[in-house]
Design a protein around this ligand. Structure first.
Ligand SMILES: *Cc1c(COP(=O)(O)O)cnc(C)c1O
Length: 376
């Protein structure tokens, strides 16, 4: 069976974990490896500040606190996304306002955002689907015009760029995921990127259970105390050590994924030219990270048949995101602004093919051959 995903493992992870335990004698958070990861993220993506978190979900929750979300505030985002994008803000009392997506990238349609803004709107959350950037120039302009925060859900966008800027470092806050299904992993984990220096101190406090313990550890104060809202958002050194081994090899991982992605694309292009399937679109301003490879079938019925066909040929393919606005919680906590022209329709056609660091190019060729057998 060809799996859909396999967590990345480069080799040095176990050495670093052992070093954290046996040599550094520190396995709780904010030790040697967490600092290494934070600095790597800041340097690589030219970020003012990056802090590892226990997940992207938690990075989004921290961003919601930093945006001072209160009961009744409105937050604009696509409905075609993972539940955490919405939950993070709902937990603080926000109402979610969903906007339709563009069918070419599956990202929020930047031209529909302005119509969704009310005097309660506080934040726009672009989700960079498949590591392909949203139209950030337009989104940042709108945010500036109306005085809104931009929180990037860049869970899938580590190493991707928009006009030369790293995803996650364009909006006020950027949220990364290092879950085992993402390009770089620590099992469960993530990071929060902060653009404006004025938020750094509060971010450290929120991440340390609402205390000023980070300042205390740096010797800036002589005792620490409870000063703000917060929770436990810092990951263990064991997880950070695993991640650091992967960040060191980030280019190697990225290049391998791009090779797999390009192999899929080149071989399947004739099927797209024939009008049988659709392939992902990457706008010219975007440099993507090959987070996923998907195709679009004619409709849901054809997708179901294709999943079965691939499964009978030992290939696992998956789809995702039941649009949030039609889910039970989405109906309760949100509303869809405007017409759902593409969100539901396109989500029913999308199918993700196996994509992971350890995947062989020859296996990709085999998978493509099976797709030709199905369609031709
Ligand atoms: C994976 C993902 C998340 C959640 O990441 P975790 O690290 O598992 O919390 C959030 N948003 C999007 C778009 C994702 O793909």
């Amino acid at each position: 069976m060809i799996p859909f995903n396999k967590p990345p493992f480069l080799g040095k992870e176990l050495d670093y974990i052992k070093d954290a335990i046996v040599v550094k004698n520190k396995i709780s958070g904010d030790g040697f490896y967490t600092r290494k990861c934070n600095i790597w993220l800041e340097k690589s993506f030219k970020a003012n500040k990056a802090l590892l978190t226990t997940s992207c979900t938690h990075a989004l929750e921290m961003a919601a606190i930093l945006c001072d979300i209160k009961e009744g505030d409105e937050v604009i985002m696509p409905s075609y996304t993972f539940v955490s994008t919405a939950n993070a803000f709902v937990l603080r009392g926000a109402k979610i306002v969903f906007v339709d997506i563009r069918p070419d990238t599956m990202n929020i349609n930047e031209n529909l955002i302005e119509d969704a803004i009310t005097d309660k709107t506080k934040v726009i959350v672009p989700v960079h689907y498949a590591g392909v950037s949203c139209e950030m120039d337009k989104i940042m302009d709108i945010a500036k015009k109306y005085g809104l925060y931009v929180v990037e859900d860049a869970a899938q966008g580590v190493m991707s760029q928009y006009k030369g800027q790293s995803l996650g470092n364009i909006g006020d806050f950027g949220c990364y995921s290092f879950h085992e299904t993402k390009n770089y992993s620590m099992g469960e984990g993530g990071a929060l990127l902060i653009r404006n220096e004025k938020f750094i101190e509060r971010t450290e406090i929120i991440r340390e259970k609402g205390t000023n313990r980070s300042k205390f550890f740096r010797g800036q104060i002589d005792k620490y105390t409870w000063v703000d809202l917060g929770s436990s958002y810092l990951p263990s050194e064991i997880n950070a050590a695993y991640l650091y081994a992967q960040l060191e090899e980030a280019d190697k991982i990225n290049n391998k994924r791009l090779e797999l992605w390009n192999t899929y694309y080149d071989i399947l292009k004739p099927l797209m030219d024939k009008g049988v399937i659709e392939l992902p679109h990457v706008p010219k301003e975007c440099k993507h990270n090959a987070h996923m490879f998907y195709i679009k079938t004619k409709d849901m019925d054809e997708r179901t048949k294709l999943i079965d066909y691939l499964k009978n040929n030992d290939i696992l393919s998956v789809f995702h995101y039941i649009p949030l606005h039609s889910s039970p919680a989405g109906l309760k906590f949100g509303r869809f602004n405007g017409e759902d022209k593409y969100t539901t329709k396109e989500s029913e056609r999308l199918l993700r093919l196996p994509m992971f660091y350890d995947l062989d190019v020859d296996i990709v060729k085999k998978i493509c051959k099976k797709l030709f057998d199905f369609y031709i």
